[in-house]
Write a protein that binds this ligand. Sequence first.
Ligand code: ADP
Ligand code: MG
Ligand code: MG
Length: 876
Amino acid sequence: MAKKYVYLFSEGNASMRNLLGGKGANLAEMTNLGLPVPQGFTVTTEACTKYYEDGKKISDEIVEEIYKNMAILEQINNKKFGDKKNPLLVSVRSGARVSMPGMMDTILNLGLNDDTVIGLAEATNNERFAYDSYRRFIQMFSDVVMGIDKNKFEAILDAVKEENGAKYDTDLTAENLKEVVKRYKELYKQEMGVEFPQDPKVQLLEAVKAVFRSWDNPRAIVYRRLNDIPSDWGTAVNVQTMVFGNMGNDSGTGVAFTRNPATGEKALFGEFLMNAQGEDVVAGIRTPQPISTLKDIMPEVYNQFTEIANKLENHYRDMQDIEFTIERSKLYMLQTRNGKRTAQAALKVAIDLVNEGLIDEKEAVLRVDPKQLDQLLHPMFDAEALKAAKPIAKGLPASPGAAAGKVYFTADDAVEAAKGRGEKVVLVRMETSPEDIEGMVVAQGILTGRGGMTSHAAVVARGMGTCCVAGCSAALIDENEKVMKIGDVIVKEGDYISIDGSTGNVYLGEIKTVPPSLTGNFATLMGWADRYRKLKVKANADIPRDAKVAVNFGAEGIGLCRTEHMFFAEDRIPAMREMIVSKTEEQRRNALNKLLPMQRSDFEGLFEAMGEHPVTIRLLDPPLHEFLPHEDEDIKALANEMGMAFEDLKATVESLKEFNPMLGFRGCRLAVKYPEIAEMQTRAIIEAAINVSNKLGINIEPQIMIPLIGDIKEMKYVKEIIVKTADEVLKEKNANLKYQVGTMIEVPRAALTADEIAKEAEFFSFGTNDLTQLTFAFSRDDAGKFLESYYDKKIYDFDPFAKLDQNGVGKLVEMGTKLGRQTRPDLSVGICGEHGGDPSSIEFCHKAGLDYVSCSPYRVPIARLAAAQAAIKDEK
Ligand code: ADP
Ligand code: MG
Ligand code: MG
């Protein structure tokens, strides 16, 4: 049988999400539930994939299937597509497997042309409505399908409004709208060189193709990369009978959540606009009304709506985000999906649903997106500092959290300031659109002058966990001049403001922020997560302060302490440099002796912060030249300081330069050439452990980790130095303390020979940053320069430094683990580096049977939750 590419809504259901996309599957499910859904059909994601395979063409068989289903729609509605008397109009809507808000484009009122618009006017006895629909269609089709700048249409609309003294779109008369349509068509002809397409079938196929194409527009690609969505999923296309919210004052359109998406509170939350269509609500054309006022305007519709909302929530057992339209007092459901929510709301909803008996604890753990927890772990305004501050304006509290930063008025400027100059940025826009996505990503906070709680800025900010104040109408924002006026206050580009996404307040200047509290719902859910996870979660921390943060966030140890970070401090770097430029072993030992007490006290601090939690300390790793100055002037100053000749020091600096420092004199190679470095560090570690063990009366078992091992003999050589030194210290101090010596597995050769290496190594820690770098053969510091092209050309979907490459680097991890445990069954295996805090990589680590992941302190809760989710999914 030939493959089926088109499904009527009545033929699908919610489980067919991969094929029908989320929107299509849920429209089908709502149809099955007997809800009032305008009927339609879904062109599958497979059709989209085929479209790309066929060189961006819709095959004849698919076209035929579309027409066949169109004929069925005509029958259902008793209207005809393209008919002059009783025309059927449809919307063409995209819908990927997972919702990608604002990323893909929708076209409404398709099927209108110069003839059918007259038919529509007569059939509805509403000429104004017919032309309102037609002008919308021309604009959307031109923008979405043909790529004509929509601002040009907006300009025409504004001009006609002004000419006729109309404040809102709804003030325009039928005659005014005819004029708009006339000018729109002229603009189209001018831009495209041909007339606006009058054949509905052409309109339809062009629109379907445009949706397929939009899967690959730049903002969709950025969104996919940010959200781990593979590029080969494709989008489905939904063709749906139009219902009209713009038929007059007994019609309208709206969006609503079954619970508050900002707080999680169980109460209907949403907005609607009377006499409006589609995106009017979210585009901020007029200010929408809260859903509760619908109760007074149309009590019956309101009751029906709340019933349906409840039904949907119970059916999906999750908070729903619902789109609806009212056509002449009759309610239609246009979309439902699990609503996006803040982390705070996600926790509350998950826990409430457990208490309401709709889901169990495990399900609740699966409901919270680990990445989202980040929102809760970030600062709020300091209460005292806030008291002293006076808001200069108030907008809508669209996405919680607090942010202070310099104001930038365009996404590009924001990116440049944040990435280029490392500034904290607040992006200020009249309203945001998907083009602004990169600026929104880098911003601490987002402030808009227009738009409601469901505006683009609000939805996207909540998804990213970025603080957002939307619809701050008191702010007169001039994006061209790059200034914002609030009353008498003038805020220029680069000035500081602070915004509070939980209250909507906007402040001038930079207000101090404080860390969040980790009690209540957060603690409850994390408790559940800890109950189910198998992986331990440790932190990468080099200093006591970070270690304390990590423990606070639930870290069960330090998986990686990088000792080099300690040497960059002002009071240490001179001794470090002295050590590096030493000519003889004796000189070097002298310098190392100066470093010893500093290292020891660093480690004491760490051990004290961690108590009996295990601490893994890595020996010196980076290329030595990183510690030396490179400008002549700085070299001169240092030479002076050290009583050396400038030429002499310069020669040493030169001699340490390497063509490929990442492949150079670093890692365990330092200890092989200068064993005294490893001796000093071992001594510092063991002495510190003894001191703190005695002081606190606990047992500390330090784990000493050797970096960049690639060969068993290398491992053996360095381990012997460590063991000899450690035993010496223990004897000197007459102490009895256990310690372990293990290695990073970060050189591919180490993974390949892990069975041999495990003969000496008592534990493994996969350093997946270097392992990725060395497996791909690209430098992490330079890869950014070409990775963009790899994403554009679809060679890679994601950054392998952010998300573990499971097929390649992952194989080395699996192999290394297996080989290592062949030799040493109780070998403890973990992972440190960026991937240790990335949920999909953590799931991989769980499956590969690792014992723990180690990540930066702020990611510890994320890792705990991700580890629990991996375990629960595995069980299923
Ligand atoms: P998005 O994914 O961006 O939300 P949608 O496909 O949901 O895009 O369309 C956006 C809006 O267009 C809907 O919320 C709804 O208001 C309107 N819309 C879509 N299809 C129809 C239809 N058949 N009848 C009336 N309005 C529609
Ligand atoms: Mg929608
Ligand atoms: Mg490394």
